[in-house]
Design a protein around this ligand. Structure first.
Ligand SMILES: *Cc1c(COP(=O)(O)O)cnc(C)c1O
Length: 863
């Protein structure tokens, strides 16, 4: 009989072992090798069979074994040392404490998914892994983040294969009591309740679980509580499952419920209230609406004033240029849930609706776009690599009216990865032994002096570990697909620990092109079976359950990999998760990535491979576009100008095969007298020395603190001071400026000295500007100048503020001197933009006034 409900009975640990429970309940174990060693020594066999999950370990370990450990002085000393180390980690000052700056007292970080450890399967892909790495790194650096997310009762699905290679999904129910979580309770012991009013008098309730990620608390909302009706109980059933309305409810719980959970947690624990709120992708965007509601209710602000106060302290990160990754809801649905006085009390629904409106030229006015709302609710917005920043400025530039794409206020911070999570222990040990300064975060050049034989020895160990793990997984998968043991003898010989190993593992949306390598199956077969320089490929990835196309791609790969002639050289390993990723990024010599440029916003798996001494073979997209330097791996040429997708695939696949056979394999098998591939190892060392410090999440987090969190905290304080005087002032000023702007014009521009200009001279510019009802202090009048291209556009313009020289009836004369600092085609223009000390930049309002016709010395050649 099948159980209708599942629960986990926790072991009662003997008194001397109680400390184990504390260790288990802090997820720092997931990146702390000494603690993992301690768990392993509780019962090494069981440790492997519970897949290194310490909660399961303590649940299943034999009480007699525990009784013995409770008397084992050596074990108890190690337990004490591990606890001491944890306490020290949790309390000693770290980077943020010594950074000294006026950083925020706390930052709330909202994400729909978190990848912290395989034992907490609450992630589907890169977004969640990044969120997990962000929290762990915040903990390591002492950055006071509180994470907020949802606890999905079935997590994301686990994947297996049917006999004919079709993806099958399973949704094993998780029991929060069997996870390293504790329920957040009021002082009287009652579980904290967060509630959101729904239409027709319904209510969505949730309890709140606390996961401790080192120093960082992570609050996970869970709607599976008895006071909910059955539909409400199911809101947090699955990650990215269900239809539109289900999704909306999840996002309301995350955003609105998440803010309420933080308020409860801070009240109970005494944790300082967040000054900055970080919206990690649009899904969490409703947090801004809840904060507007709070400001209106608690401080008597108007909607517009509250909006200014909230925006100032909100950071929004966009994570994808792929339309399917951006949530868009029908406007009626938003009207249904936010109308009346349901979810957000007195917040006017028409104002909510206008925040998510796609007001740009090709926008769809019938939808509510969560990314667009995110950009309107956050004064600071970023993409996740330099290229993705550019792509996002193009994509969303329409929200900022007349500004050139370059000036659209979307910046970028390139993602990074948490080394302690992703770097194999042997590599960590090698670094600690050979280049100890790296452990303190500097001296990466020391890598260049590490003996190549040492690196090669460790790489061999990691490759072999991958091969053994892959055989185990392959055997399990074939059995599950119905094969008998007798048919599987070949698996003992599948893959070879000395063959060049290429890895390809990621989610399977179409833009990642899982099957590009299959474009010419004979060519691929020849690479795999090359008698001199064979290649083996390890593949993994899950398709979204609703993505039939993605499942077909997996089936294509599986069918090819099933073929008898190549099955020892190409394998598909089901159920890609963090545990499999850890073995793959460490064991593969080459990490391959061939997305359709520029759709990969950043990509992080290649960074993990690089830190383990792997080399990247990738389309120049995301992070690789930024940091490929010609010597740290290979760039697959991209035909991204081509409009014919089939032809594009063909060209890019051909380039891929050629790179592998003529460059990658040649270099890998080019050995010296000692059997070492010298040129290869040079490349590995160069990669580690130069990419190492860049791809670390510590670099990323410091960038967030300096470029976004601290400025956002300053802005938020400026808004809040003196009873929100700043917010009131800015809202009133914006209202006045927006209303008066149609009356602002550059009436006339003239210059002296442009007849035969020479480099080094100055050009005097005079403009007459009509300010209409605005005052001179409301605007910035500036000359914009620089080199012009063939279409008379100013390329990377410089700006010079012009000085007002009086005037009458709102018409004011401005003047300034432009330095002619370079030869060649040169041009300038004059513009007026709003100016206020509480704006983050000139483009914030999307308002600009330009001269009626282009002016300036277009193509006036400087000599
Ligand atoms: C790192 C990682 C990802 C993200 O990889 P991309 O390169 O961004 O596609 C996805 N899933 C898992 C399990 C990972 O470890």
């Amino acid at each position: 009989m099948k159980a209708i409900r599942r629960l986990t009975v926790r072991t009662v640990l003997p008194e001397p072992l109680r400390g184990l429970e504390e260790l288990v309940l802090n997820l720092r174990w997931s990146w702390h090798h000494e603690t993992l060693d301690l768990f392993r020594s509780v019962d090494p066999g069981l440790w492997e069979s519970v897949q290194q999950d310490p909660v399961r370990l303590l649940g299943e370990v034999d009480p007699a074994r525990l009784a013995a450990l409770a008397e084992d002085r050596r074990f108890l000393r190690r337990l004490d040392a591990a606890l001491d180390d944890l306490h020290d980690y949790l309390t000693s000052p770290r980077w943020y404490q010594s950074a000294g700056a006026d950083g925020p007292a706390a930052i709330a970080y909202f994400s729909p998914e978190y990848g912290i450890t395989a034992a907490l399967p609450q992630y589907s892909g890169g977004l969640g892994i990044l969120a997990g790495d962000h929290l762990k790194t915040a903990s390591d650096l002492g950055v006071p983040i509180i994470g907020v997310g949802l606890l999905y009762r079935h997590g994301y699905f686990s994947q297996s294969l049917s006999p004919d290679g079709w993806q099958l999904e399973h949704y094993p129910a998780i029991d929060p009591n069997g996870l390293p979580l504790t329920l957040v309770r009021e002082d009287d012991g009652a579980p904290v309740r967060v509630s959101i009013a729904l239409p027709e008098g319904r209510v969505l309730n949730a309890q709140v679980w606390l996961a401790r990620v080192g120093r960082v608390p992570l609050l996970l909302l869970d709607s599976d509580v008895e006071d909910n009706d059955p539909a409400a109980r199911d809101v947090t059933d699955r990650l990215y499952g269900g239809g539109t309305e289900h999704r909306l409810l999840q996002e309301m719980l995350l955003g609105i419920g998440g803010v309420r959970a933080i308020r409860a947690y801070c009240r109970i624990s005494g944790h300082p209230a967040p000054e900055v709120f970080h919206t990690n992708e649009g899904h969490a965007g409703f947090l801004g609406l809840e904060r507007i509601r709070e400001m209106i209710a608690d401080h008597g602000l108007s909607f517009d004033e509250a909006l200014e106060a909230v925006r100032a302290g909100t950071v929004f990160t966009t994570h994808t240029p792929v339309p399917a990754g951006i949530d868009r809801f029908p406007r009626e649905l938003i009207g249904k849930y936010f109308g009346g006085s349901a979810a957000l009390g007195e917040v006017p629904v028409d104002r909510v609706l206008s925040l998510g409106e796609e007001t740009y030229p090709d926008g769809d006015r019938t939808v509510f776009n969560m990314a667009v709302m995110g950009m309107r609710l956050g004064q600071r917005v970023n993409g996740v690599s330099r290229l993705h920043g550019e792509v996002s400025r193009e994509m969303f530039g329409g929200l900022w009216g007349g500004f050139d794409t370059d000036e659209v206020p979307i910046g970028s911070i390139t993602n990074g990865v948490h080394a302690e999570t992703w770097v194999a222990r042997e590599i960590m040990d090698l670094a600690a032994r050979e280049v100890p300064s790296i452990m303190e975060g500097h001296g990466w050049n020391g890598v260049l002096d590490v003996p190549e034989s040492e690196i090669w020895r460790v790489r061999r160990i990691l490759r072999e570990r991958l091969v053994l793990d892959a055989r185990r997984r392959l055997r399990a998968s074939w059995k599950q697909r119905g094969a008998s043991e007798a048919e599987l003898a070949w698996i003992d010989e599948a893959l070879d620990p000395d063959v060049l190993t290429i890895g390809f593992a990621r989610r399977v949306p179409s833009y990642k092109r899982l099957t590009l390598m299959l474009r010419d199956p004979d060519r691929l077969r020849a690479l795999l079976l090359d008698p001199e320089r064979p290649v083996q490929i390890v593949i993994a990835g899950k398709a979204h359950p609703a993505d039939e196309g993605g499942k077909r791609l997996i089936q294509d790969i599986v069918r090819f990999a099933d073929s008898e002639d190549v099955r020892h050289r190409i394998v598909f390993l089901p159920d890609y998760d963090m545990a499999l990723a850890q073995v793959m990024v460490a064991g593969c010599d080459v990490w391959m990535n061939n997305p359709l440029r520029p759709l990969e916003a950043c990509g992080t798996s290649g960074m993990k491979a690089a830190l383990n001494g792997g080399l990247n073979l990738s389309i120049r997209d995301g992070w690789w576009d930024e940091w490929y330097d010609g010597q740290n791996g290979w760039a697959i040429p991209s035909a991204d100008g081509l409009s014919d997708p089939d032809r594009r695939d063909q060209l890019e696949a051909a380039a891929l095969y050629e790179l592998i056979s003529d460059h990658v394999a040649v270099m890998f098998y080019d050995r010296d007298g000692a059997g070492l591939p010298r040129r290869w190892l040079e490349m590995v060392k160069h990669t580690l020395a130069t990419l190492g410090p860049k791809v670390l999440a510590t670099r990323m987090l410091r960038d967030y603190v300096r470029e976004l969190y601290t400025p956002a905290a300053r802005s938020a304080r400026a808004m809040a001071a003196d009873g929100y005087a700043g917010a009131r002032e800015l809202a009133a000023w914006k209202h006045r400026v927006i209303k008066a702007w149609p009356g602002v014009a550059v009436d006339h521009v003239e210059s002296a000295g442009e007849e035969s200009p020479h480099v080094g001279e100055r050009l005097t510019v005079r403009a007459v500007v009509n300010l209409g009802d605005l005052k001179p202090e409301d605007v910035l009048v500036e000359a914009v100048y620089g080199r012009v291209d063939a279409s008379d556009s100013i390329v990377s313009p410089s700006h010079l503020e012009l000085t007002g020289e009086g005037g009458e009836n709102g018409r004011i004369r401005y003047t300034g001197e432009i330095p002619l600092d370079r030869t060649g085609p040169f041009g300038y223009s004059v513009r007026v933009v709003p100016r206020h000390r509480l704006l983050a930049g000139p483009a914030e309002l999307g308002l600009v006034a330009l001269p009626p016709a282009p002016v300036g010395m277009t193509n006036g050649d400087l000599r």
